[in-house]
Design a binder for this molecule. Structure first.
Ligand code: C5P
Length: 205
């Protein structure tokens, strides 16, 4: 069974994807980490995230970078959404994601284009969203919990910018697949969101 989970930043899609993977005993790939790794790799090489050639070269990042805590920070998120606009970066990361999706037994993948581009034939597709205030609060608490010093207003603006960039780009923009079930987590607890997601997968599979 392949489960595709898409949605904007801090919508709760990662938490839902991890919970679905545990529930169905499936491997899970957070595809945002791939774009974050490319963004961080290009910055460390002294390159410009907006330069498609530099970003494409950074797709050869070492596997160990996937475990680097810097990938989880706000700066890596911004860099990721800049490199994610480039068609050649998306193409370079495609095979890896599709191989993960097609492993025997299935998988859960979360990102922006899983149900639309990476695994349009997924057995279950969820589009997870939440209003901007709920998403800002969540990301703020998450970063504070990690000891990052963050300004809430800056964080909010960063999320709005990232949404705008992810939704308006030509290459695989963030959009809800016609066949995806919508889960709005704005007023849901984590447990409620997970229960809603499992119920939706059960209806779709
Ligand atoms: O999900 P996360 O916030 O880690 O993703 C970081 C950025 O990577 C997103 O803002 C988006 O631009 C990009 N991304 C993407 N396609 C995916 C996953 C992430 O374009 N499947």
């Amino acid at each position: 069974m392949i489960i595709a989970v898409d949605g904007p930043a801090a919508s709760g899609k990662g938490t839902i994807a991890r919970a679905l993977a545990a529930h169905y005993r499936l491997p899970h790939l957070d595809t945002g980490l791939l774009y974050r790794a490319v963004g961080v790799a290009v910055a460390r090489a002294g390159g410009d995230a907006d330069d498609e050639d530099a970003a494409e070269r950074a797709c050869n990042f070492p596997d160990a970078l996937m475990d680097d805590p810097e990938l989880r920070g706000a700066e890596a998120g911004s860099l990721a959404s800049r490199v994610a606009r480039h068609p050649r970066v998306r193409a370079a990361l495609l095979a890896r994601q599709q191989a993960f999706a097609r492993q025997p037994g299935g998988a859960v993948l979360d990102g922006r284009d899983i149900g639309t581009v990476i695994a349009p034939d997924a057995d279950a597709k969820l589009f997870v969203t939440a209003n901007i205030e709920a998403r800002t609060d969540r990301r703020y608490r998450e970063l504070l919990g990690k000891g990052d010093r963050v300004d809430r207003e800056e964080l909010r603006e960063d999320l709005v910018r990232r949404d705008e960039r992810d939704s308006s780009r030509d290459a695989a923009p963030l959009l809800q697949s016609a066949t995806a079930g919508l889960i709005d987590t704005s007023d849901l607890s984590v447990d409620q969101a997970i229960a809603a997601a499992i119920a939706m997968v059960e209806r779709q599979r």
